[in-house]
Ligand binder design. Structure first.
Ligand code: BMP
Length: 250
């Protein structure tokens, strides 16, 4: 039989990075392991959803480059909602280039991600040095394994991505669809209670399955929440389901 997983309190002890500690503190305080991915294209929709579901999540994941009306005012308002409701801002930029280019994408352009993100995602396809450009105060989450059908992130790729992630003090964890060493936090997207997948390659599992089989730390839910008729009810449901499934593995 499988050994029991580490509690969030125990994982917090293992973490050195302030953002990892903060994320785990929020999880413990809110009894939530839910990250809502708000993949909508207007800032007003994000702000509205963030106000409504902010109490139930540990972080809101963003794809800022899909917004049609980005502004600094929007970011400032989102930051104040995040502070009030106690969640982190997670920019899913999936950097995937040489370090110099990633640095420009991280610090410059319209979005100036380095000014406001608490967490960012990065591929490690360009090798370990490409991660050196991210700042110390931002938690880097590497993409070790993807949720989509036919992904190229096979076992060897995943193992190498984990090795790079374990060695780098800026990395707090990985996006993956299987378990990780205890020193890394596991973020699992492709979670939905009502659907098995879409026509574009996404594959969904239930929260129960990803906690039981992978010992994930955080579930990432997109369309299951923001596309539903009642996002508040769904956010509450995923929070409860995620927490119940976590406790069942202890
Ligand atoms: P949805 O639950 O609507 O499928 O959204 C999943 C979110 O997680 C999307 O924002 C997607 O970009 C992200 N994601 C994923 O689905 N699979 C991965 O392997 C990595 C991701 O970041």
């Amino acid at each position: 039989s499988k050994k029991p997983r580490l509690k969030y309190e125990e994982k917090k002890e293992l973490q050195e990075h302030p953002v990892a500690k903060k994320l785990l503190s929020i999880a413990i305080e809110k009894k939530s392991n839910l990250i809502a991915s708000l993949d909508v294209t207007q800032t007003s929709e994000i702000l509205d959803l963030a106000k409504k579901i902010g109490d139930y999540v540990v972080a809101i994941k963003l794809h800022t480059d899909i917004l049609t009306d980005f502004s600094v005012d929007y970011i400032n308002e989102l930051k104040s909602i995040a502070q009030e409701k106690n969640f982190l801002l997670f920019e899913d930029r999936k950097f995937g280039d040489i370090g110099n280019t990633q640095q420009l994408q991280f610090e410059q352009g319209v979005y100036k991600i380095s000014d406001w993100a608490d967490l960012i995602t990065s591929h490690v396809i360009a090798g370990e040095n490409s991660l050196n450009v991210f700042s110390e105060n931002i938690g880097v989450v590497t993409i070790a394994e993807m949720s989509s059908k036919g992904t190229l992130t096979d076992v060897t790729y995943k193992q190498k991505a984990i090795q790079i992630s374990e060695k780098n003090s800026k990395v707090i964890g990985c996006v993956a669809q299987s378990s990780l060493p205890d020193s890394l936090l596991l973020f699992t997207p492709g979670v939905n209670l009502d659907s098995k997948g879409d026509s574009k390659g996404q594959q969904f599992n239930t929260p129960e399955k990803v906690f039981r089989e992978y010992y994930t730390d955080f579930i990432i839910v997109g369309r299951g929440i923001y596309k539903s008729a009642n996002p508040v009810e769904e956010a509450q449901k995923y929070r409860e389901e995620g927490w119940r499934s976590y406790e069942a593995t202890l």
